[in-house]
Design a protein around this ligand. Structure first.
Ligand SMILES: CC(C)(COP(=O)(O)OP(=O)(O)OC[C@H]1O[C@@H](n2cnc3c(N)ncnc32)[C@H](O)[C@@H]1OP(=O)(O)O)[C@@H](O)C(=O)NCCC(=O)NCCS
Length: 145
């Protein structure tokens, strides 16, 4: 089945589905709810979703910030579709969009379990491990070339 990446906006049905997926993957296992988060960064982010047929199976967000920098957020591939290259395709899209926006440096707050994924894409760790909502994270960065 064809894998297609589409951009979506905050008023779309895709956004509602993406919130459900973020809730399921990032918050519910911690006994938290995405709907208690401050979601204001979403309004300032380019939001991309990956589809297999009509099913959304992945997402990745890019928030441009000051000084030609950007933050990568909400990178998820649904459990049963991991390890098949879709995460890399989502990040390729983020890197292509960052280039178009003139972004020179990307940063992200990554789960330590995803560190190897980001390293395979050229990100370097720039912080000690810290706790975020009960999960160990590190800050990571990559120059956009
Ligand atoms: C992290 C995540 C997005 C990776 O997506 P994916 O589709 O499984 O990754 P891919 O199949 O595209 O893998 C790309 C490369 O990263 C490597 N990789 C993927 N996940 C990895 C991991 N957890 N640790 C180490 N390497 C990993 C793959 O082996 C592959 O390497 P290669 O290019 O040398 O073959 C996915 O596992 C996920 O959604 N996890 C849960 C949510 C999460 O933790 N998101 C990140 C939060 S910051």
């Amino acid at each position: 089945m064809n894998f297609l990446i589409r951009k979506f906006d905050i008023n779309s049905q895709e956004y509602k589905i993406s919130l459900e997926i973020r809730d399921e993957v990032f918050r519910r296992p911690q006994g938290l709810s995405i709907y208690d988060d401050d979601l204001s960064d979403d309004f300032e982010s380019e939001m991309y979703a990956g589809f297999l047929g009509e099913r959304m199976i992945s997402m990745a967000f890019l928030k441009p910030t000051e000084n030609n920098e950007g933050i990568v957020r909400a990178v998820i591939v649904l459990d049963q579709f991991r390890g098949l290259g879709y995460g890399k395709l989502m990040m390729d899209k983020i890197h292509e969009s960052a280039k178009k926006l003139g972004i020179k440096k990307l940063s992200l707050k990554g789960r330590t379990t995803a560190k190897g994924f980001y390293e395979s894409l050229g990100y370097e760790t720039t912080s000690q491990v810290f706790d975020y909502k009960g999960i160990p994270h590190v800050m990571m960065e990559k120059e956009v070339t």
